[in-house]
Design a protein around this ligand. Structure first.
Ligand SMILES: [Fe+2]
Ligand SMILES: [Fe+2]
Length: 303
């Protein structure tokens, strides 16, 4: 592998960062419902010209709530997966054990952070938003796959978080300050997770032959397909929530356009931006050039 990632450097970086949930939300730190929560590059709401400015803002905030929920959902299966990966070798390498346990502990903190934001959202938004799930059933379905399939998915999620912040959020003006702070703090810790996931994928692939790598990529794409179906359903839920929040129904043509644009926006946010990340594809290339090409192709569906 051409990286200089190590358990020692991930552990050291994690110890330097170490923020607390209460530093980011709560007390005086409240969501500002006059501001958007998601950057336009991920929300893709500007092209929906049948919506008024107010309706666009509400849909943006519904998507922000979805982001909190989707990340909470994936982190709920990342946590046990990382603990299971750490456990068999706890006594073998102290730095590995400490780095992976910190990784798991940070994901537990992120779950807590996203849930705290969700409660803030629900208290302030005033309209209930239905969500795909339940999270534990989705987690069980994901974890039923080969560990390398799951590790690839997790690696993709971590790089995706890096891309969201650096490309779409850091320089985007006008975002709610608490949401920006949430995404920035998440990015800071996920940078170490991406490195540890890279090491995890390498370790899991070390004993796999070409056929087993192909099967692991099959499993990874199967999970991606499962999520894609769920995002289509979520786009419908978001439309219902928007109609409730604005107190009007859209025409069939408007509804069709909104859900199609929003489904594709979620595909990019949660799948395409990770699958097409150069560092993710580089890890897959190390396992198999053919499989990396296959994934680069698949990414075009989710652009
Ligand atoms: Fe996280
Ligand atoms: Fe993470």
């Amino acid at each position: 592998m051409q990286t200089n990632y190590s358990y020692a450097s991930a552990l050291a970086a994690s110890q330097r960062i170490n923020w607390r949930v209460e530093d980011i939300i709560g007390g005086e730190k409240r969501l500002d419902f006059d501001k958007p929560f998601m950057p336009e590059a991920l929300a893709r709401i500007a092209p929906l010209d049948s919506l008024s400015a107010r309706e666009k803002l509400l849909l943006n905030q519904i998507r922000g709530h979805g982001y909190l929920y989707q990340f909470g959902l994936v982190e709920e299966f990342i946590l046990p997966f990382v603990l299971d990966h750490a456990r068999p070798l706890l006594a073998q390498d102290d730095l590995r054990t400490r780095a992976l346990l910190r990784f798991a502990s940070e994901e537990a903190k992120h779950i807590h952070l996203f849930r705290t934001f969700e409660r803030e959202f629900e208290a302030g938004f005033g309209t209930p938003c239905d969500m795909i799930g339940p999270a534990d059933a989705v987690g069980k379905a994901v974890l039923a796959h080969h560990p390398l399939s799951v590790a690839l998915l997790i690696l993709q999620v971590e790089w995706m978080t890096q891309r969201h912040y650096l490309e779409s959020i850091r320089d985007y003006q006008g975002l709610d300050e608490q949401f920006r702070s949430l995404l920035r703090h998440h990015w800071m810790e996920e940078a170490q997770h991406a490195q540890l996931d890279t090491l995890m994928v390498e370790a899991l692939a070390a004993n796999c032959d070409e056929r087993q790598i192909e099967q692991a990529v099959d499993g990874y794409l199967e999970i991606g397909g499962m999520f894609d179906g769920a995002f289509k359903q979520q786009a419908g839920f978001d439309l219902d929530a928007l109609q409730r929040a604005v107190g009007r129904s859209f025409t069939a043509a408007e509804a069709e356009r909104i859900t199609a644009v929003q489904h594709q926006a979620m595909r990019w946010t949660y799948l395409g931006s990770g699958i097409s990340h150069p560092n993710f594809l580089r890890s897959v290339q190390e396992l198999s050039l053919a499989q990396a090409e296959r994934l680069a192709d698949a990414a075009t569906t989710f652009a």
